[in-house]
Design a protein around this ligand. Structure first.
Ligand SMILES: Nc1ncnc2c1ncn2[C@@H]1O[C@H](COP(=O)(O)OP(=O)(O)OP(=O)(O)O)[C@@H](O)[C@H]1O
Ligand SMILES: [Mg+2]
Length: 445
């Protein structure tokens, strides 16, 4: 998840500001001191600790790399590999392994000319249309071939088929976070994609689905399930010792010798092992601990910095998770936050849908149907961003009400960063008016 679908952990107070350093007298001195402090700890680019960095080796994933490579290897001989489903909890290296195998393929001398990889992250895609559009645009070689918005779904499908045949040969379509696509829009598009080989003329399609929901195939149409499930690979969570090995590799690459105190790596690994064995979490903790140390103008990263980093990360994860929602889900969450602020408490789902439609109108968007919004509400609840309760209204029956579990002040601006929502951005200072559940230390967790 990306932090996108990390389980949200217990709330934490906003981190205390870093102690003010002795103030430099001029802006240029300020920059001198900031630059100096950053070179004390790091010898390599700090990007090495970021999620997007793909290290040259992935300790404890040798088996999975071999298994993925074995399934896809026929493509190197111009044959069609079996479809593949990769399962495993968040941060278990699924995306990294597939990326690494893909890179390795492209380095092979025997790589056939007619082998095309397309990777799509379904996590931030709203509709079957936008998924097909993304696939088509990845294949389009000329500006004219790109798929605009506003076509019928049939026309987009025909165009994608044409673009695939135009490439010819083997196409390996990697659908990362495939479970989120199915949760949002059902398995109709997967059905279409999984039977495309009966319609394609000069191309052949292999599907690689990646999911962190281990049970997601249970709800698939039986035909889709059996086509996708030709091969399956499970990624187990990392244990604390394995996470230590992963962190030590990165620490060697990025930090100067001797700046990491004993116990720092172990503590990051232990925290992340408790969070489902998530390597992303372990790396983020180490990166934040280093940033905390820099802010303290410390020459070493200590266990205390890891403890501070842990609190900070919990808040960051929530905000990051909101940033990576699909646009309509962001509009929905924005409507919830607005209504929650106005009501100073729980909001009925009907009122939320009305608020969402009003916001869509303001933003020039076509509102999604109430059913899709209900799916999005469940998704937001699964992410821990909201909580639904059933309230009994005596004779009026029972209604479903929504409570907010995120800090409004940080979340609203993060949502408004989406260009589609930009006109909703409010001047600074107007965001926080009430305590949310998140802010309330007495809230039931
Ligand atoms: N064995 C490993 N060695 C080094 N780094 C790793 C390893 N496994 C994962 N990572 C790193 O941890 C982070 C998370 O890994 P990745 O994105 O592959 O997880 P994922 O299983 O796809 O998670 P999600 O289900 O949330 O998408 C990435 O930065 C990745 O480089
Ligand atoms: Mg992934």
């Amino acid at each position: 998840m990306s932090a996108r679908n990390a389980p949200i952990v217990a709330p934490v107070p906003a981190p205390a500001p870093a102690p003010a350093p002795a103030s430099p007298t001029s802006t240029s001195e300020l920059f001198d001191s900031l630059l100096k402090s950053t070179t004390d700890l790091f010898k390599g680019s700090r990007e090495i600790l970021r999620e997007s960095y793909l290290p040259s080796r992935l300790p404890h994933r040798e088996n999975q790399i071999r298994q993925v490579a074995e399934v896809l290897a026929p493509a190197l001989k111009g044959e069609l590999p079996s479809n593949l489903l990769i399962y495993g909890k968040i941060g278990t290296g699924k995306t990294a392994v597939v990326q690494q195998v893909r890179q390795e393929f492209s380095r092979r001398p025997e790589l056939p000319k007619k082998l095309t990889f397309i990777s799509v992250n379904c996590g931030n895609i709203d509709t079957p249309y936008s998924l097909l559009q993304t696939i088509g645009n990845a294949l389009a070689l000329a500006e004219n071939d790109r798929i605009p918005t506003g076509w019928s779904l049939d026309r987009v499908q025909a165009s994608v088929r044409g673009l695939m045949d135009g490439r010819a040969g083997t196409l390996i379509l990697i659908l990362d976070e495939i479970d989120r696509l199915v949760a949002r829009s059902g398995d109709g598009l997967l059905y279409t994609l999984s039977q495309l080989n009966t319609e394609l003329e000069s191309a052949r399609l292999c599907l690689v689905g990646i999911s962190n929901d281990l049970k997601f195939t249970n709800n698939l149409d039986a035909r889709v399930r059996s086509r996708l499930n030709e091969e399956k690979i499970l990624f187990p969570p990392y244990g604390a010792q394995q996470l230590e090995d992963i962190l030590k590799d990165r620490a060697r690459e990025v930090f100067r010798d001797g700046v990491v105190d004993p116990g720092v790596i172990e503590r990051c690994a232990a925290y992340a092992a408790l969070e489902n064995g998530d390597a992303r979490r372990a790396l983020a903790l180490l990166r934040l601990a280093a940033e905390m140390a820099e802010r303290d103008r410390s020459k070493r990263i200590s266990v205390d910095h890891v403890v501070k980093a842990k609190s900070r990360l919990e808040l960051d994860i929530i905000v990051e998770c909101c940033r990576t929602l699909p646009s309509h889900c962001k509009v929905l969450l924005y409507a919830i936050l607005q209504a929650y602020e106005r009501r100073r408490g729980a909001v009925a789902t009907g009122e939320i849908y009305e608020g969402y439609c009003r916001l869509c109108q303001r933003l020039g968007l076509q509102p999604l149907h109430a059913r899709s919004i209900s799916n999005y509400l469940s998704e937001l609840e699964n992410l821990g961003l909201i909580r639904a309760t059933i309230v009994s209204r005596g004779r009026g029956g029972r209604t479903r009400e929504i409570l907010v579990e995120v800090p409004i002040a940080e979340t609203m601006p993060a949502l408004a960063e989406d260009p589609l929502l930009a006109t909703l951005a409010r001047p600074r200072g107007l965001n926080q008016t009430i305590l949310t559940n998140f802010d309330n230390p007495n809230r039931a967790s």
